[in-house]
Design a protein around this ligand. Structure first.
Ligand code: FES
Ligand code: FES
Length: 159
């Protein structure tokens, strides 16, 4: 029998009955059809499933949907505002921070969190901050450049 679950996803209130074993990533991808959140490993190692829960980046494959009860979830689909890319998304595009794109949604969500926590993060801190997110294509160089590009934009915007 399902458990009634109520949460907010990308600004929309969602009320569903879920099997208690349902993972948050399954709820997002299979029930809500938000397939921008990817599954790369299912074992909390690759970060492809990174979303924000109550303003913090979490790996949605490593928690149960019911643990998000009453919470506020943002996925990559909810990051843009009024049709405009989030500055981090725009920076990844500008700096070619992706190749196949598989890691990109999780990488962007983790990067947004990284700069929220440390707006002036050094290159080393950015590299360390991305340790939980794996990319098989880019060698990380352009991803780091994208985050630094976003950093400079944020500084310019707040100056
Ligand atoms: Fe969640 Fe890899 S699918 S960390
Ligand atoms: Fe292909 Fe990162 S762009 S896995």
């Amino acid at each position: 029998m399902g458990i009634p679950l109520s949460l907010t996803v990308n600004g929309q209130v969602v009320n569903v009955d879920v099997d208690p074993r349902t993972l948050l990533v399954q709820l997002l991808r299979e029930t809500l059809q938000l397939t921008g959140t990817h599954v790369g490993c299912d074992t909390a190692q690759c970060g492809a499933c990174t979303v924000h829960l109550n303003g913090r980046a979490v790996k949605a494959c490593s928690m149960l949907a019911v643990q998000a009860q009453g919470g506020v979830v943002t996925t990559i689909e909810g990051l843009s505002q009024d049709g405009a890319l989030h500055p981090m998304q725009a920076a990844f595009r500008e700096c070619h921070g992706l190749q196949c794109g598989f890691c990109t949604p999780g990488m962007v969500m983790a990067s947004v969190q990284l700069l929220q926590d440390k707006p002036a993060a050094s290159e080393q801190e950015i590299r360390e901050g991305l340790e939980g997110n794996l990319c098989r294509c880019t060698g990380y160089h352009n991803i780091v450049q994208a985050i630094q590009f976003c950093q400079r934009g944020s500084v310019a915007a707040s100056a």
